[in-house]
Design a protein around this ligand. Structure first.
Ligand code: HEC
Length: 534
């Protein structure tokens, strides 16, 4: 077996004994699969002649790395890693998905088993004269059908209101509470293939993400699923932050489509994407731009609201950084920046020492007061996350593409105007520019010539992809990936000071060999160090 490093930065306990092959198999299995070997796996090892046991353990390691069980363990690791899904009993976050909720008519009512909108209310179930439609191929049951009672059965995409104005039926709104999403227009229902609606088969607890197979749970699992996919399929690990693809199940696809409609993408009603998901629980790889065309495939899209009129066409897709689940869990740009810097650059934000004197804080936490101690590192990252809407219990999506398109009373506009203060590092525009064009506040790349993030200036790509590129370019991403992998598979935490050389060497090898996390994990598990122990 190869030694991991010729010159370990910390003294190894050289007198530590080598683990026996049975102990080694146990260690590797625990680290990869979160369980000890089975009785049969031990038996097979012991049936192997002593001389062949080391090779047996390596073969077992390769089988494990290729197994579905390893992929499941990666999903579990990913859930911890991204701290997105909060599967707490009872108090998971209440999240809405922009789909009209359908409730089921109960047993003993004339329409038992049919679904109705919350706007129509339970009363419609007992109204035998209410219209019922059987809709073939609803998005949530391709090849099947669903019975819809009352307004729910209307398939219109557009209707005319009393004043003759054409209205779009996918313009859903909240009817008093987070559960009560409905179309504001008479004559609108679930639309073709029921794309505007989703069933609440288990009642309101479906709005909580800890429920198995709920749409909310899926959307919170998306980051961990992409993580597991990237590692198991041996894709470059950097695809997590700069990739233009993700993995989705049927429900996640539907949610992104709802987001796209909300942003004005209304040309996709003939698209039958759902036929690709006969099994609603299956996760498949898709281009992010297929889910929502406002996530761009271009890898270097630029838009400068100080000098360009109108709005950008969207923001480039960027793996977990542009996901609905992460952007909802980390609401607002500075919170997103801080979490991603912790997760992908292994940064910690600790208070400054009390004996450091700072100038007074006035308006810019990145440059003034004790605030700059943390914010000079956070705000240049926060810039990139401005165009993701903070919608409280809603799923955050991209938008608004322009502030001026929003009603001045819209809380998104009000908050952006309060948070994006001119003449700050995060909003590098003058007061005059903010007056001339309110959208100049939405600058989402490092525009200030003095601003750097992790020592890099960036290439002007807007949105989270610009941030992801800097993470990679700076080397912080690779060093942090190596530290995380070492902690989990190498058996201990690496100290950024004491183990600096080891981290640098592992990170550089990682970067020059295609950022294969699988190869790194394997390497850590076959290293001599992995065999030491008591
Ligand atoms: C110890 C590091 C640290 C210091 C010092 C610090 N901050 Fe922060 N600040 C953070 C972090 C980290 C976040 C992101 C929030 C989170 O972690 O959830 C943040 C978030 C914020 C936000 C956004 C809040 C939101 O929820 O959107 C504002 C505004 C802010 N800080 C202002 C300041 C000001 C003003 C000062 C100085 C008076 C200051 N901060 C000092 C670390 C710091």
């Amino acid at each position: 077996m190869l030694s991991l490093l010729a010159a370990p930065a910390v003294a190894q306990p050289s007198d530590a004994p080598q683990l026996s092959e049975t102990r080694l198999l146990r260690r590797i299995t625990l680290r990869l699969l979160n369980r000890p070997p089975t009785h049969e796996e031990y038996e097979a090892l012991l049936a192997t002649p002593t001389a062949g046991r080391a090779a047996f353990v390596e073969r077992a390691l390769d089988r494990m790395l290729a197994s579905d069980e390893f992929r499941d363990a990666l999903v579990a690791w990913g859930l911890e890693y991204f701290r997105v899904a909060e599967y707490l009993p009872e108090d998971g976050p209440m999240i809405h998905n922009r789909l009209i909720d359908l409730a089921m008519c109960g047993e003993g009512t004339p329409h038992a088993g049919a679904f109705h909108t919350i706007r129509d209310g339970d009363a419609i179930c007992t109204d035998a004269s209410a219209p019922v439609r059987t809709l073939a191929d609803p998005w949530f049951d391709p090849g099947g059908s669903v019975r819809l009672v009352g307004d729910a059965g209307n398939e219109a995409i557009n209707v005319r209101d009393a004043a003759g104005t054409e209205r779009y039926c996918g313009d859903v709104m909240f009817g008093g509470s987070v559960y009560n999403v409905q179309s504001p227009y008479d004559g609108c229902g679930c639309g073709p293939h029921a794309v505007f609606c989703d069933r609440m088969t288990r009642g309101y607890e479906d709005t909580r993400p800890q429920v198995d197979h709920s749409l909310r749970r899926s959307i919170m699992e998306e980051p961990a699923r992409l993580f597991a996919h990237v590692v198991a399929e041996d894709r470059p690990y950097s695809d997590l932050v700069t990739g233009d693809y993700t993995v989705v199940d049927q429900g996640v696809f539907a949610i992104y489509r709802a987001q796209a409609r909300y942003l004005g993408d209304r040309d996709h009603h003939d698209d039958t994407w759902f036929t690709e998901f006969p099994d609603p629980t299956e996760w498949r790889e898709v281009k992010i731009s297929r889910l929502n065309r406002f996530f761009l495939d271009e890898r270097d899209y630029r838009f400068d609201p100080r000098t360009e009129a109108g709005s950008p066409r969207g923001v480039p897709s960027a793996g977990v950084l542009t996901m609905a689940g992460t952007n909802s869990t980390f609401p607002r740009e500075r919170v997103r920046a801080a979490r991603w810097m912790e997760i992908f650059a292994c940064k910690e934000f600790n208070p400054p020492s009390p004996d450091i004197a700072f100038d007074p804080y006035q308006t810019d936490p990145a440059r003034e007061g004790s605030c700059q101690h943390c914010h000079q590192g956070i705000d240049p990252a926060a810039v990139f996350f401005k165009r993701f809407q903070d919608r409280g219990s809603l799923l955050a999506g991209i938008g608004p593409m322009s502030l001026s398109s929003l009603d001045p009373r819209d809380d998104t506009r009000e908050r952006a105007e309060g948070a994006f203060v001119p003449n700050t590092l995060m909003t590098p525009i003058t007061d005059a520019q903010a007056v001339a064009n309110p959208d100049a506040r939405l600058i989402d790349f490092l525009a200030d010539p003095d601003a750097t993030l992790l020592g890099e200036r960036g290439d002007g790509t807007i949105g989270p992809l610009g941030f992801g590129k800097i993470l990679i370019e700076s080397g912080a991403f690779d060093a942090c990936a190596v530290r995380n992998a070492y902690e989990r598979f190498g058996g201990r935490e690496l100290d950024p000071g004491l183990d600096a050389r080891r981290i640098a060497m592992l990170a550089s090898d990682f970067a020059t060999t295609g950022r294969s996390m699988r190869a790194l994990i394997r390497r850590l598990l076959v290293a001599e160090e992995a065999r030491l122990g008591y």
